[in-house]
Design a protein around this ligand. Sequence first.
Ligand code: PMV
Length: 346
Amino acid sequence: MNPEAAMVPAILETGDGVTAVAHPNIALVKYWGKRDESLILPATGSLSMTLNLYPTTTTVRLTTRAPADSVTMNSRPAPRQTHLRVERFLNTVRAFTGRDERAVVETTNTVPTGAGLASSASGFAALATAAATAFGLELDPRALSRLARRGSGSACRSIFGGLVVWHAGTGDGAAGDRSSYAEPIDAEGLDPALIIAVVDPAPKAMSSREAMRRTIATSPFYLPWTTVNATDLDAMRAAVARADLDAMGEIAERSAFGMHATMLAARPPIRYLSPLSLSVLDRVVALRADGITAYATMDAGPNVKVLCARTDATRIAAAISAVGQHISTHVALPGPGAALLPGGGS
Ligand code: PMV
C-alpha cells in the first residue's frame, strides 16, 4: 500500500487564515451508535479506509470584530443545522484554549453532502485540523483525532491516511474521551480499492445522528450487533495483518448488513437502501460467483461501496455502472490523512 497514505498532518503556522484538506473514509467495520452523545464516544470500535477522492478544503480565519461565527460551504451560507454543528464544535475549541475570537469558516466540499458518502468525516477532519492551528492548539495526531471526533465521530478516522482503527475506548467522561481515538494500521501486502457506486447523490432523509438514536432506543437487534461488531473488529485486524482481502471483504459485508439490520428493526424502521442499491448488491454477488474478489459495504444512504483489489477495480466498476443508467462509479484508493496547506489562505 502507498506509504504516503499513513502520513500524519504537519502543524504549520500561517498568517491570514489556516487552510486544511481532509478526505472521507469508508468504514469496513462500522461505527453505529454512541455510548455518550456529548463526547461522541462510540458503542464499538471501527475500522476504515481513507479515500484519495472527494477532498474537503477548509479555511479558518479568526476575527475579533464579528459577533458570531460565519460558515460558508461551496461559497454559500451553510444550512442552519450545519452552521449550528460547526459553531458547537468551535465552542469546544474555544473552551480548550480559553480564547474567544469568532471564526470565519470557508469550506469547499467535493463530495455530495449528506448522502452517506462520509462528507461529515472529511468536513470535521479538515475543520479540526485548521481550527486547532488557528486557535494555537498544538495537538499531536492522536489528540487531533480526539478533537475531530467531537465534530463527527467518523471524522476522527479521517485524520489519518490508509487503513485506520478507531478505538471505542473505555469508561465515560474524561477517561472515555482520552481513550477513544483513531490510529493508522499497517496494511503491508494489501493493494485495496473501494469502488464508490453513487446511485443517488441527494441528501438522505434522516441524519445518521438521528438514525443512531432511534436504533439504540428501539431496535431489539442493536445490542447483539454491538457484541458481534466488537469481535468482527478483532477478526478484521487479524485479516489485515495477514493481508487477506477476501476475509476482510466478508467481515466488511457482515458488519454493514448487520448495521442495516439493526435499523430495519428500529421502530419505526429506518431504511436507507433503495431498489438500485439492491441491484448493485446483486451484481456484487454475481461477480463473486464468477470468482472475482468483490464485497459490498453501505452507510447511512443508498450508495454502495465495493471493496476489491486495485488490479480488478476498473473492470468491476464497469460491471457495476452497467447495472443502471443512473449509476456513476468512482475508483478510490487509500488516500492521505488530513493536512494543513502551506501558506494559509485558500
Ligand atoms: O460520524 P457520523 O455521525 O457521520 O456516522 C457515520 C456512521 C457510518 O458512516 C454509517 C458508519 C461509519 O463507521 O462511518
